[in-house]
Design a protein around this ligand. Sequence first.
Ligand code: PMP
Ligand code: GLN
Length: 405
Amino acid sequence: MKPLNALLAPLPTTIFTVMSALAAEKGAINLGQGFPDTDGPADIIAAAAEALTSGSNQYPPLTGLAELREAVAAANRRFYGIEVDPAREVVVTSGATEAITASLIALLDPGDEVVLIEPLYDTYLPVVRLVGAIPRLVRLEPPDWRLERSALEAAFGPRTKLILLNSPMNPTGKVFSRDELALIAALMQRHDAYAVCDEVYEHIVFDGACHIPLMSLPGLRERTVRIGSAGKTFSLTGWKVGYVTAPAPLASVIAKAHQNLTFTTPPNLQKAVAMGLAKEDAYFAGLAESLARRRDRLAAGLAALGFEVLPSQGTYFLVADFAPLGFTGDDVAFSRYLTEAAGVSPIPLSAFYENDPPRHFVRFAFCKDEARIAEALVRLARHFSKAKGREGAPLARLTDGARSA
Ligand code: PMP
Ligand code: GLN
């Protein structure tokens, strides 16, 4: 039979699904895939349930319910001072995943170049390539993941169509600074490029850090697409409600991509998300505070066990270096090993790289209940004290069989 799509057929199943399946199979605590294990606000869920039984269950408008588009516009004004026309500049999608794909399809033609920042979320590259565009990767290095001017300048050129920026950034927990954003802005203007900004963790920033949408920088309003997700903002990742804010000429083409991908997004969920976006400031601050507490707990626990924990300024995630523990295998082997031997699952950081990934980092998700995080730390402590306790059997030798293929 004829071969199937040459880009999709050889792609492995996403690491998040692989590690979640392994965690379930081994009864491990899943600190891998980024989903909270407690659902978001009960009043939002009740609003969706109410809309399901007493509202319409037929196709909503193509670009989203008017009340959600208005709520997205109001949130842009409230949090960032960005003025948005809800009728022409908002498109509701089935998750940020669809929003990213729709935006890339809408803005790119074959042969266009796209600047991407590595480590990067795993849907970006396949979609860029499916469209026939050419990725130009800029790599950030641990521990501070700083964006270097020379590397960024080298990635931009006359064929650059857009930059895809994720801030706050999965998996690093980095929040791009105003100076870094200004650097990106200058290059966008110099090369007449657009930006697609994945800002799903916009409300999850810590320690007084500030999320600055690239769109809010001078001169960028007309060339920037900003993407949010109810999954992250309301701890309802299974709902898959995303929202795009873009200047009208871009939004109208993104809507055409959306009409050919999903056409619409469940109206009941949209109604509830509209209510959520209008929540008081304390809700949004509370979300970040609660996640910061859990980050601190996990970071301190991992550090006490001997991991070198990198700082996380935002998102659901922190990155830890396991080299100090003496494990001799790579990050994939370590993730399997931790899941099977200690009963705690992380994600290997190499999954977020195209070439030559570092091999001694894993990502832990702290968007889990405090009790689960505490239990995970107990399991790890028990495991590592046992491993150390065996005289003459350092972790390196205990795990020789755990190298990945
Ligand atoms: N972008 C990033 C950086 C993410 O971490 C995620 C994860 N869930 C998404 C996009 C997808 O969001 P959604 O579930 O709304 O599709
Ligand atoms: N964004 C989530 C993470 O980074 C995973 C979402 C997914 O499984 N596709 O863990």
